[in-house]
Design a protein around this ligand. Structure first.
Ligand code: ZN
Length: 286
């Protein structure tokens, strides 16, 4: 089954394929362990910053190795690539999917750039995600401040329909009240807008929710029920990893073997992933 097949099945059955970010082997290990335990498909993402650290070819090789060993449906996504050139490089490196994120650019430039990536990627059977509307934060971290979501940042259903048709993207990410990272205030997703946008999209196009960290479970369940069939989570995994690693370094001050002190961090990330898989309904789907 291709990534598209999985997403269409998820939409039909009312659940979401999870998307988790990585920049090292430990995070990758944790994701695969959770997929194996709970029989869930997964989309693994690397942002531009994460790729600068781990490498496109290296991420691809890791995914291939884990797929070969486990037989799991593990797909790789270039997450928020902000230029056509970088998106093409991810396609060339053998990624399964790229998110060309030109959402901060004017509508016409967003469509034009996305179309170029779609034409390039589809020749190599690579899926393309695109965004319209923008999120007020870019970083997957904990913010001490609160954020107000400006109405003009939200995606308009009419524009969403036109954008998807004109750009030819396979997955569409709207702005519906979510933000990247975890803010001091609780996000309020605009459920009516979510339902209206989903109605305008063909079933073959997946709808993607970014900023899955910090969204209360009840809102998340409703968002998935209304048609988000792919959800991104990064910050909560980063926090789980970093907190566990800090605690382990403190707990074993004499330990110098990374594979020993990092084991706690792998387990913490795995537990957080399992929680999210259960919440998204992606468990026991293989
Ligand atoms: Zn995102």
């Amino acid at each position: 089954m291709s990534l598209k097949d999985w997403l269409q099945r998820a939409l039909r059955e009312g659940w979401a394929v999870p998307h988790f970010n990585i920049s090292n082997l430990e995070q990758f290990k944790a994701i695969v362990a959770a997929c194996q335990k709970l029989a869930s498909p997964v989309l693994i993402g690397t942002s531009e910053g994460e790729v600068d650290f781990i490498g496109l070819l290296q991420a691809r090789a890791l995914a291939d190795a884990y797929k070969k060993e486990t037989g799991l449906p593990i797909f790789l996504n270039a997450d928020h690539f902000h230029s056509v050139e970088r998106a093409k490089a991810a396609v060339d490196a053998g990624y399964d999917s790229v998110l060309i994120d030109l959402s901060k650019q004017p509508y016409e430039e967003n469509v034009t750039g996305t179309k170029i990536v779609v034409e390039y990627a589809h020749k190599k059977n690579v899926d393309v995600e695109a965004e319209l509307g923008y999120l007020v934060t870019d970083s997957s971290k904990i913010y001490t401040e609160s954020f107000v979501i400006p109405p003009e940042s939200l995606t308009k259903p009419d524009e969403a329909e036109n954008f998807v048709r004109e750009s030819g993207c396979d997955r569409f990410s709207p702005a519906v009240g979510e933000l990247h990272g975890i803010a001091a205030n609780t996000p309020q997703l605009d459920m009516e807008r979510i339902a209206n946008i989903r109605k305008r999209l063909p079933d073959s196009v997946a709808m993607v929710l970014h900023g899955g960290s910090g969204i209360p479970d009840e809102q998340m369940r409703e968002a998935v029920r209304l048609g988000f069939n792919n959800v991104h989570v990064s910050t909560e995994l980063r926090v789980a990893y970093t907190d566990a690693l800090r605690a382990a370094l403190k707990k074993y001050p004499q330990e110098t073997a990374p594979y020993k002190y990092a084991a706690d961090a792998v387990l913490a990330v795995q537990q957080k992933i399992e929680e999210k898989m259960k919440l998204f309904g992606s468990v026991n789907r293989i």
